[in-house]
Design a protein around this ligand. Structure first.
Ligand SMILES: Cc1cc2nc3c(=O)[nH]c(=O)nc-3n(C[C@H](O)[C@H](O)[C@H](O)COP(=O)(O)O)c2cc1C
Length: 328
């Protein structure tokens, strides 16, 4: 997934609860992304639902038919379960990339399910998982996403990265925090950079705390990464990727959207959500997103409180119009 136009790859991050079909469509509309990712999908849930003949996980909604390239991220600690889903994604869903999650620090994943960042303490076990999934998905590329280690005292990203490369992965993304840091402090790009000379050939994608065009340009110019991945910055501002791609190409950069453009974007996003979700679920999801868009708007705090307590769609859109049209 190399970028022909900018020389550096720009990926959107998998973000559970956000990067559903509707959000991915918005990202595609703005452009500037070389590879879009789904939310992480539980391989165990997939296999269990399928065995019982039930509907597949909603996080796979849209995946079969939406435009490519598309990376689907999966998680579990059992290589057979992961391979079963990877095979289906490769041959039936025909996705572009399968990404393995070895970074999630959330309790349900890294604690109870002994998956995600829990596995970072076992580089060989990660290697075994990657090898099996690569075999199962061949020729579809398999990538991995990790953190620096479990804790600051046990940073082992180089060992894990080398194990992942030796097992046949096509690329590696590193979030520059340890699992125990969760989202605290700053992503450590020096530690990400230290991995690069220890890899033979696979691309290294750096991730963490890129919120602006300048953040992106600085990381790309100062660290030996082959690309960047952006998560939260792209939830607040899905147009950010396009601006970064423009800046990298030396083109004029689009201005931030006007309040009216934001309002129209919210309507579009809601209509896209409605393709997958009922009114109630779509309203909850759009409320979450609007709070992100409103971060950079004046008098945002009162608006955010109001918008999040609304219980019906008509009132929601009245408030949106008041805020984005009348007050701006
Ligand atoms: C709400 C939320 C959901 C996330 N979901 C996932 C996920 O499904 N898979 C994953 O690998 N990382 C997930 N992450 C981590 C991000 O992909 C990313 O590594 C992290 O946010 C750091 O990048 P950023 O500073 O650009 O946001 C999530 C992060 C947040 C805040």
């Amino acid at each position: 997934m190399l970028s022909e136009s900018t020389g550096t790859v720009i990926y959107s991050a998998p973000m559970a609860g956000y990067t559903n079909y509707a959000h991915r469509e918005l990202l595609r509309m703005f452009g500037g992304i070389d590879l879009i990712a789904t939310e992480m999908v539980s391989a165990r849930s997939f296999v269990e639902l399928e065995t019982r003949g039930l509907e597949l996980p909603s996080r796979l909604w849209g995946v079969r038919d939406e435009p490519r390239p598309l990376s689907v991220q999966i998680w579990d600690n059992n290589s057979d379960t992961l391979s079963e889903l990877a095979q289906r994604l490769a041959f039936e869903f025909k996705v572009s990339v399968i990404d393995l999650n070895f970074g999630c620090p959330a309790k349900q994943i890294a604690g109870r399910s002994a998956s995600g960042s829990f596995l970072l303490q076992f580089p060989n076990r990660i290697g075994d998982i990657v090898r099996k999934v690569v075999d199962a998905a061949k020729p579809v590329p398999v990538t991995a996403k990790i953190r620096l280690g479990r804790t600051r005292d046990t940073i082992n990203a180089i060992d894990v990265a080398q194990s992942i490369e030796a097992a046949g992965a096509a690329g590696l993304t590193v979030h520059g925090r340890t699992a125990s840091e969760m989202y605290r402090g700053k992503a450590d790009w020096e530690e990400i950079a230290a991995i690069k000379p220890k890899l033979k050939s696979i691309p290294l994608i750096g991730n963490g705390d890129i919120r602006t065009i300048n953040d992106a340009l600085f990381r790309i110019r100062h660290y030996p990464v082959d690309g960047i991945m952006i998560g939260r910055g792209g939830i607040d501002r899905p147009w950010l990727f396009r601006q970064i791609a423009q800046a990298l190409r030396g083109e004029p950069v689009d201005p931030e959207p006007t309040a009216l453009e934001l309002r129209n974007l919210i309507v579009k996003h809601f209509n896209l959500l409605k393709r997958q979700f009922d009114d109630h679920a779509a309203l909850i999801l759009i409320q979450k997103t609007v709070c992100h868009y409103a971060v950079n708007q004046p008098v945002a705090r009162n608006f955010r409180n109001e918008i999040c307590s609304v219980k019906n769609i008509e009132t929601f859109f009245h408030l949106i119009d008041d805020f984005f049209i009348k007050t701006n």
